[in-house]
Design a protein around this ligand. Structure first.
Ligand code: NAD
Length: 321
């Protein structure tokens, strides 16, 4: 059951109290996303320290109970479980290089988490998020697909919207643009459906001609992909924006918001793609990621999406999934 009634207390568990898990906990705390947070990490000292630090701030944030442990039982009875556990990218390493270790963690954790929280929605953040999400679904059965999904390209789309907004000097809320496909190097920027204040981005004129010409589009799309590498090179991890964007996904589930977000789900035929997890605009509600929307694409975008699906399928095959 998710928190659709006011009497029910919403509980979110976060697996992995590293830089991403704690940023998600902090974002959920200050946004008032949940009534209770439970952190689990195999590193007992780390999880205890993070829970203490968060609890010391509770006076200054919306009411929230925060627990933590190195025992998985701390997650029991959750409405939503966010999984960030595992290795992270080292400078220069791609997300797919991380795959084997994090896939194994997802395969072991998912059945155990659902035993403790049989009605929970499970949201994967650990990378490579598409392959890890696919492995988790396969570990417990395809029927679980709507309630097991990945954060996908929600963060990448946020990066894209920021860059477009910055280029035209218009608030990011007035820019609509999606990154779809893999959360990683083969992701695709959908310029053909992007809008700035309701104006198609491809037709947007800054006063002396179209702003988003082919060179500008290529620069922005490459900045979206490169920015994670740049942040990792500079500070060792990306965590603050993934914290905020994950809190937004958490709220869409707990509050049954029917929000359309580019999350990573097991594809079942949209654009002819199936048997692979990747991101497309998807309805997120109290039951999880429930319906994929088929956004119109140019021929080049569609070819890019199909290539991204093939790259992910190859990664799955290489891991024996
Ligand atoms: P981190 O090393 O700081 O934290 C990982 C934590 O997981 C550690 O505290 C570790 O003790 C814990 N852990 C390891 N195995 C565990 C297990 N079996 N059970 C419980 N806890 C376990 O790493 P991070 O920077 O927080 O990144 C976490 C993951 O999130 C990485 O895979 C990273 O690539 C990914 N990430 C995803 C996105 C996205 O958009 N999807 C963005 C940023 C980072």
């Amino acid at each position: 059951m998710t928190a659709s009634s006011t009497s029910h207390k919403s509980t979110v568990s976060i697996i992995g109290a590293g830089s991403v898990g704690t940023a998600i906990a902090y974002a959920c705390l200050i946004r008032g996303s949940a009534d209770a947070l439970a952190l689990y990490d195999t590193n007992a000292a780390k999880v205890r320290a993070e829970v203490l630090d968060l609890n010391h701030g509770t006076q200054f944030a919306p009411a929230c109970r925060i627990d933590g442990s190195d025992e998985l039982a701390v997650t029991a009875g959750s409405d939503l479980v966010v999984v960030t556990a595992g290795a992270k990218q080292k400078p220069g390493q791609s997300r797919l290089d991380l795959a084997a270790a994090n896939v194994e963690i997802a395969q072991a954790l998912t059945p155990a988490l659902l035993d403790l929280s049989p009605d929970a929605v499970v949201l994967f953040v650990s990378n490579p998020v598409d392959v890890v999400t696919y492995a988790a679904i396969r570990a417990v059965g395809d029927d679980s697909a709507p309630r097991i999904f990945g954060s996908g390209t929600v963060l990448d789309s946020g990066r894209l919207r920021f860059l477009v907004a910055q280029r035209v000097g218009i608030a990011v809320e007035n820019v609509h643009a999606l990154v779809v496909g893999e959360h990683g190097d083969s992701e695709i920027t959908l310029w053909s459906s992007a809008t700035v204040g309701g104006v198609p981005a491809l037709a947007y004129d800054g006063g002396d001609g179209p702003v988003f010409d082919a060179d500008t589009r290529a620069d922005i799309a490459s900045d979206v992909v490169r920015s994670a590498y740049e942040i990792i090179a500079g500070k060792g991890a990306t965590n603050l924006a993934i914290g905020l964007s994950t809190a937004r996904i958490v709220e869409a589930v707990l509050r049954d918001q029917h929000r359309v977000l580019p999350v990573s789900t097991l594809q079942r035929g949209a654009h002819g793609i199936e048997g692979v997890c990747l991101s497309l605009p998807t309805l997120v509600d109290g039951r999880g990621a429930t319906r994929v929307l088929e956004v119109p694409m140019s021929d080049a975008e569609m070819a890019g999406l199909q290539a991204s699906a093939r790259a992910l399928r190859e990664a799955q095959d290489a891991l024996g999934l």
